[in-house]
Design a protein around this ligand. Structure first.
Ligand code: NAG
Ligand code: NAG
Length: 808
C-alpha cells in the first residue's frame, strides 16, 4: 500500500515537472517571439520564419549577413532593419514583396549585396534608390515589373557591378541610366519578352552578359543581332529546339560571329548532334576561345560526322551535365571519335554518361582532358601513344578497377604531370611490372580501394600524393623512395600509427592523417615529424591514458605545425572520456607514475604495520587472539572428541586447587563468576564441599575424582604451597590418562621459571607444553576471560543423576 502511494506521488511529481517544463518552453518560445518581433519583424508581415523556427538560426550570424529568403514577407517598413547597421548581405529572395521603398535601408550605408529576386514587385520607388547607393550586387530578377523601371536614379548606384533583371519589354533607351557604368555581370531574364527595340542592349557595358532567351524567338530575336558591348563572356540560356532549330542556330551563329567575346556559354539547351556541331564549327574559327555547353539534352541520333576540327581559335571545350536521349547509329566509327579528333587544348566531357573515349588517331594537342563523372572503364587509352602532350588527366568519379591498367596507360604520356583517378574502384593488382609516367608530379587516388602494396609502385618524382579514403593500414618504408614528395594525404584510412617521418622525404611540408585509427601515438613519432610544416592528425581514435601524456606534451610544443590542435584532437577511449579534447585530459600523476604508485603501496603497508604495532602494544591484541584461538579450539574439540570414557560418578564440573594466598581471588572472583546464577557449572570447593570425618587428602582425592575437570590457579604462591603439589599430582594422575583436556591452568600471576624448584619438573613440563589461561589485569578483558574459562569447563558430559546420558 505504502509502495503504491509512493509511486503515485512520484507520478504526480513528474507530471508537475513536465508541466513546469512545458510552461518554461512556452515562455521561452514566447520570449523569443517577443525578442524577434522587436528585433526585426515588428513590421514584417509573414509568419513563416517564426513558425518553422528558421529565424533563430539565421539570427545567429547577425552582423553582416542575413538570409530571409522563403519567409513569406509581404512588406518592409522603415524601422525593419534599423537594428542591423552592419548588414552587408541581405537575401530577401522568394518572398511576397509587392512594393519596395529603399528608404528602409537608409541606415545601412555598408549594405553591399541585396537580393530581392523572386518576389511580386511591380514598381520600385526610384527616389529612394539613393539609400542603397553603396550596393555592388543588386538582383531584382523574377519580379512582376511591367514597364521600364531602370529609372534615371539608377545612375546613383555608382558601385554597382552585378545586376540581375527580368523584363517583358525593352525599349531603345531603357538602359540609358546605367550606360556609363562599367559592370561585371548582367543577368537578363527574357523568358517572357514580348517586345524588343533593336539596339537597346548595345547600351549595356559589362564584362559578362547572361541572357535567358524567350520561349519563342520571333521579333525579339532581333536582340541577338545587337552588337553587344560585352567584353569577355556571353552566356545564352534556354535554347530549346523541338522540331527544327535552323532559325535558332542561325541566330546563335550570328551572335558568335558578331560578338567579340572570348568565352561563350550555352546552357539549358536541347539539341541534336548535327545542330550542336554546327555551332561548334562556327566557334572553331571565331573570337571564342572557350566554349562551355552545360545542361544539355542531346536528342535524336548521335552519329559520327566527319568535321574538320583541326587547329582553330578554340582552346577549350567543356561539355557538362549531358542528358543523352539518343540512339547510337551503327556507323563505321563510334561518334565519340569526333572528340578524339578535335584539336583543342583542353577538353572536358563531364557527367555525360560516356563509357570511353577513343585514342586520338593522330598525335594530339590535348593538354588537359577531364572525363570526370562518367562511366569510364579500364580499357580507356590502352596502348595509346598519341597523348604525349597531355599534362592533366582526370577520371574522377568513374568506374576504373585495376590500378595496373591505369599505370601502364600513363606510361606513354610523357608530359603527364597531374593524374586524378579519385572516386573510382581501383585496387592494387601489381604482380611484377609497375610502370608509371616518370613525369607525374601530382597523383590523386583518393576514394578507391587501395591497400598497402601501393607503396611498392608509385611514380618516383611525385610531389603530391593523395591516398585519402582508401584501405591503407600502414605506411611502408618504400615511400622513402619518393624523394621529392611535398604533400601526402592519408586521411580516412585505417592507419594505427603516425607514419615514421624519418623515412619520408625531407621536402615533406604537408601530412594529412586525419580520421584514421591512430590510438596511442608516441612522442617520438611526432617529434620525428617536426620538420613537416603542416600536420593534420585530428579525428583519430585517441586512447586517453597515461601513455598518451608524452604525446600531448609534445603536441603542445609543436602546436604551430599541428593544424586543428587542440579542437579536433579528442579522446575516443575510454568511453567516459569520449569527446574530451586531448589538451584538457589530465591523468592524475599517481596513476601514471610507477614509482609513486609503489611508494604509496609501501607507505600504506608501513602505516598499517605501525597501527598493528600500536594496537598490540596498547590493547594487548595477542592476548585477545590467543583467547579466541583457545576458545575456538575448544569448541572444535568438544564437537569432535569422541567420548569413550566412562563418565560415571561425576558430580562436579570442576575442582579448584589454589594456594591459600590466592583464596581471596578464588572465592570472590572465580567461584562467583563460574557458578553464576543458572547453576550451569558446579564447582567442588574443598572448603565448602568437604565431607567431614575424612582426611584432607581423602577429601581432595574425592573431590578430584568427582569432577570432570581440575582447575589450578597458578601463581608464585602456588609453587610455594606443598598441598597444591599434591593436588596437582593427583589430578594429573587421575585425569591425564583419560583426557588430558581435563586440566585447566590459570596463571594468576606470572611465575618466573627459576622460581619453580627442580623437583617439580612435572609442573615445569606442564607449563611448557600445555596452554594456560592468563588472568588479565585489565578490567575490560575480564569478560572474555570468564567466557573462555566457562567454555573450557563446560563439557558435554552430563553430571550423574541429571539428564539421560548416552554413555551410561
Ligand atoms: C588547359 O589546361 C591546362 C592544364 O590544366 C591549364 O594550365 C590551362 O590554363 C588550360 N587552358 C585553357 C585555355 O583553359
Ligand atoms: C583529390 O580529389 C578529390 C576529389 O575527388 C579532391 O577533393 C582532393 O582535393 C584532391 N586532392 C588533392 C591533393 O588535390
Amino acid at each position: 500500500m505504502l509502495r503504491i502511494n509512493r509511486v503515485r506521488t512520484r507520478g504526480r511529481y513528474s507530471a508537475k515537472v513536465l508541466h513546469v517544463e512545458k510552461m518554461l518552453n512556452t515562455l521561452h518560445r514566447f520570449w523569443l517571439h517577443v525578442l524577434l518581433l522587436h528585433a526585426l519583424m515588428a513590421n514584417i508581415s509573414g509568419e513563416d520564419c517564426f513558425s518553422n523556427q528558421k529565424l533563430p538560426d539565421r539570427l545567429s550570424f547577425l552582423g553582416t549577413k542575413l538570409d530571409l529568403s522563403h519567409c513569406n514577407i509581404t512588406r518592409l517598413h522603415t524601422t525593419t532593419f534599423q537594428k542591423y547597421l552592419n548588414l552587408q548581405v541581405l537575401d530577401l529572395s522568394y518572398n511576397a514583396l509587392e512594393e519596395l521603398d529603399f528608404s528602409v535601408f537608409q541606415f545601412h550605408t555598408v549594405l553591399q549585396k541585396l537580393d530581392i529576386s523572386h518576389n511580386k514587385l511591380r514598381t520600385i520607388n526610384c527616389t529612394t534608390l539613393q539609400y542603397i547607393r553603396g550596393v555592388t550586387h543588386l538582383n531584382m530578377s523574377y519580379n512582376h515589373f511591367e514597364t521600364t523601371f531602370l529609372c534615371k536614379e539608377f545612375a546613383t548606384l555608382r558601385n554597382l557591378k552585378h545586376l540581375g533583371l527580368n523584363v517583358t519589354k525593352i525599349e531603345r533607351y531603357d538602359f540609358m541610366s546605367i550606360a556609363h557604368q562599367k559592370l561585371e555581370t548582367v543577368f537578363l531574364g527574357l523568358e517572357y519578352l514580348q517586345q524588343y527595340e533593336s539596339g537597346s542592349l548595345q547600351l549595356l557595358n559589362s564584362k559578362m552578359l547572361h541572357v535567358v532567351l524567350p520561349q519563342t524567338l520571333t521579333d525579339s530575336a532581333l536582340l541577338l543581332y545587337d552588337d553587344f558591348n560585352i567584353t569577355t563572356t556571353l552566356e545564352i540560356s534556354n535554347i530549346q529546339c523541338e522540331e527544327t532549330c535552323n532559325d535558332m542556330i542561325r541566330h546563335i551563329n550570328m551572335v558568335i560571329q558578331k560578338s567579340k567575346v572570348s568565352k561563350l556559354i550555352l546552357s539549358n539547351i536541347k539539341m541534336s548532334w548535327p545542330e550542336i556541331s554546327k555551332i561548334l564549327q562556327i566557334s572553331w574559327r571565331s573570337t571564342v576561345e572557350h566554349l562551355s555547353i552545360y545542361m544539355f539534352i542531346l536528342v535524336k541520333e548521335f552519329d559520327y560526322l566527319h568535321i574538320d576540327f583541326s587547329e582553330g581559335s578554340l582552346k577549350s571545350l567543356t561539355i557538362e551535365n549531358v542528358i543523352p536521349q539518343v540512339f547510337l547509329h551503327g556507323s563505321y566509327k563510334h561518334p565519340l571519335n569526333i572528340f578524339s579528333e578535335m584539336f583543342v587544348e583542353n577538353l572536358t566531357i563531364s557527367n555525360a554518361e560516356i563509357t570511353h573515349l577513343p585514342c586520338p588517331p593522330r598525335p594530339n594537342i590535348f593538354r588537359s582532358l577531364i572525363l570526370s563523372n562518367n562511366k569510364i572503364t579500364d580499357e580507356i587509352f590502352a596502348q595509346c601513344v598519341t597523348l604525349a602532350n597531355i599534362q592533366f588527366l582526370s577520371f574522377q568519379n568513374n568506374i576504373l578497377d585495376r590500378l595496373s591498367y591505369v599505370t601502364s596507360m600513363t606510361s606513354t604520356m610523357k608530359s603527364l604531370k597531374h593524374l586524378d583517378v579519385s572516386g573510382n574502384r581501383l585496387y592494387c593488382d601489381f604482380s611484377t611490372r609497375c610502370e608509371w609516367s616518370q613525369s607525374l608530379l601530382v597523383l590523386n587516388i583518393s576514394r578507391n580501394k587501395i591497400t598497402d602494396s601501393i607503396f611498392n609502385c608509385l611514380p618516383p618524382n611525385l610531389e603530391v600524393l593523395d591516398l585519402s579514403n582508401n584501405q591503407l593500414s600502414s605506411v611502408n618504408k618504400e615511400i622513402g623512395n619518393l624523394k621529392a614528395l611535398k604533400e601526402l594525404y592519408l586521411s580516412l584510412n585505417q592507419l594505427s600509427h603516425i607514419p615514421d617521418c624519418s623515412h619520408l622525404s625531407k621536402n615533406l611540408m604537408y601530412l594529412n592523417i586525419d580520421e584514421n585509427l591512430i590510438h596511442s601515438p608516441s612522442k617520438e613519432q611526432l617529434t620525428n615529424c617536426q620538420n613537416v610544416e603542416k600536420i593534420l592528425a585530428g579525428k583519430n581514435k585517441y586512447q586517453c591514458n597515461c601513455e598518451l601524456k608524452p604525446f600531448i606534451g609534445t603536441a603542445e610544443i609543436l602546436h604551430e605545425n599541428l593544424i586543428g590542435w587542440p579542437q579536433s584532437f579528442m579522446c575516443e577511449y575510454p568511453e567516459e572520456l569520449k569527446g574530451v579534447i586531448l589538451r584538457d585530459f589530465y591523468p592524475s600523476e599517481i596513476s601514471c607514475n610507477v614509482f609513486i604508485l609503489i611508494g604509496i603501496i609501501v607507505g600504506t603497508l608501513v602505516v598499517l604495520l605501525i597501527i598493528m604495532f600500536f594496537l598490540c602494544k596498547h590493547f594487548d591484541l595477542p592476548w585477545y587472539i590467543r583467547m579466541i584461538f583457545q576458545w575456538l579450539r575448544r569448541k572444535y574439540k568438544v564437537r569432535n572428541s569422541y567420548h569413550d570414557e566412562i563418565m560415571t560418578g561425576k558430580r562436579f564440573h570442576a575442582f579448584i586447587s589454589y594456594s591459600q594466598e590466592d583464596s581471596e581471588w578464588v572465592k570472590n572472583s572465580l567461584i562467583p563468576n563460574l557458578e553464576k546464577g543458572d547453576n550451569s557449572i558446579k564447582i567442588c570447593h574443598h572448603e565448602r564441599d568437604f565431607i567431614p570425618g575424612k582426611t584432607i587428602v581423602e577429601n581432595i582425592i574425592n573431590c578430584i575424582e568427582k569432577s570432570f575437570k581440575s582447575i589450578f590457579v597458578l601463581s608464585p604462591n602456588f609453587i610455594q604451597s606443598e598441598w597444591c603439589h599434591y593436588e596437582l599430582y593427583f589430578a594429573q594422575h587421575s585425569l591425564f590418562g583419560k583426557n588430558s583436556d581435563n586440566l585447566i591452568l590459570i596463571l594468576l600471576d606470572s611465575i618466573p621459571q627459576y622460581l619453580i624448584p627442580n623437583k617439580y619438573s612435572k609442573l615445569k613440563a606442564i607449563m611448557k607444553h600445555r596452554t594456560y589461561m592468563e588472568w588479565p589485569k585489565e578490567k575490560g578483558k575480564h569478560g572474555l576471560f570468564w567466557a573462555n574459562l566457562r567454555e573450557a569447563i563446560q563439557t558435554n558430559n552430563p553430571l550423574e543423576g541429571e539428564e539421560v546420558s548416552l554413555f551410561n
